[in-house]
Design a protein. Structure first.
Length: 238
């Protein structure tokens, strides 16, 4: 009987040890699964943060390049064509997957013009004199007055920098639109100045043809640069 009791006692403790071992293993598995899930969550969070940081850096890069292009195009100094081309090439290369950037940069020539607003303003000053000289008398350039009156008017006003008599009031088309264009250039309004010069006729209109071409090209560049900059700012704000 004593031996049976001993065997029963050994069996009891064996079962107890097995039960405890099973509980420990189960508890270990539960904790292991919990920690694995926690690590997976942390890893996913880090991945999301990494992607966000990468996008933030990309957006800042876009803003920096767009700002550089905008400032180069709108500089009061001579337009640095090499700097502009380098910035545009970098933008095209780094953001070729961006639909808007690709669409806007595709409209910009591979050989951007080297004419700045300041250069256009200086050239207009030179062209102004040429246009006035050719406008002494032409039937196209007269307002309501006769050719003789136009000749006298032109001689009297050739050096007048405040000429503001409209063609419909008998003024010279050339003098009037030159005056309006120069006034707008002093206000840094290239677009309106170009519109006024585009109203010239005859030889004066031919004289300013190249100027108008360069002005339109610069205006288109400004518009493209403005679109890129506003887009980059929007990207950085979101």
């Amino acid at each position: 009987r004593t031996e049976q009791q001993i065997r029963d006692l050994h069996a009891f403790w064996s079962d107890e040890a097995a039960l405890r071992e099973s509980c420990v293993e189960t508890e270990y598995q539960v904790k292991l699964e919990q920690n694995t899930a926690l690590l997976a969550g942390v890893s996913e969070m880090l991945e999301i943060q990494s992607e966000r940081y990468a996008k933030t850096l990309q957006h800042r890069r876009l803003l920096n390049l767009s700002t550089l292009i905008f400032e180069t195009i709108n500089s009061d100094e001579d337009l640095d064509a090499d700097k502009l081309k380098s910035s545009l090439d970098t933008l095209k290369s780094e953001f070729k997957e961006d639909p808007l950037v690709s669409a806007v940069t595709a409209t910009i020539s591979d050989k951007p013009p080297s004419t700045s607003f300041t250069q256009l303003n200086d050239r207009l000053g030179e062209l102004d004199g040429e246009c006035r000289k050719t406008a002494l008398v032409t039937s196209q350039d007269c307002g309501i007055g006769s050719s003789l009156l136009s000749r006298a008017m032109s001689l009297l006003t050739i050096r007048d920098e405040t000429y503001d008599t409209k063609p419909e009031d008998g003024g010279s088309i050339t003098f009037y639109y030159l005056y309006k264009a120069r006034s707008e250039m002093r206000r840094n309004n290239l677009e309106l100045a170009a519109r006024y010069l585009n109203q010239l006729v005859g030889t004066p209109r031919t004289i300013v043809t190249d100027w108008l071409h360069d002005a339109r090209t610069l205006l288109e560049l400004r518009q493209s640069a403005s679109v890129l900059l506003n887009y980059a700012k929007l990207k950085n704000d979101t």
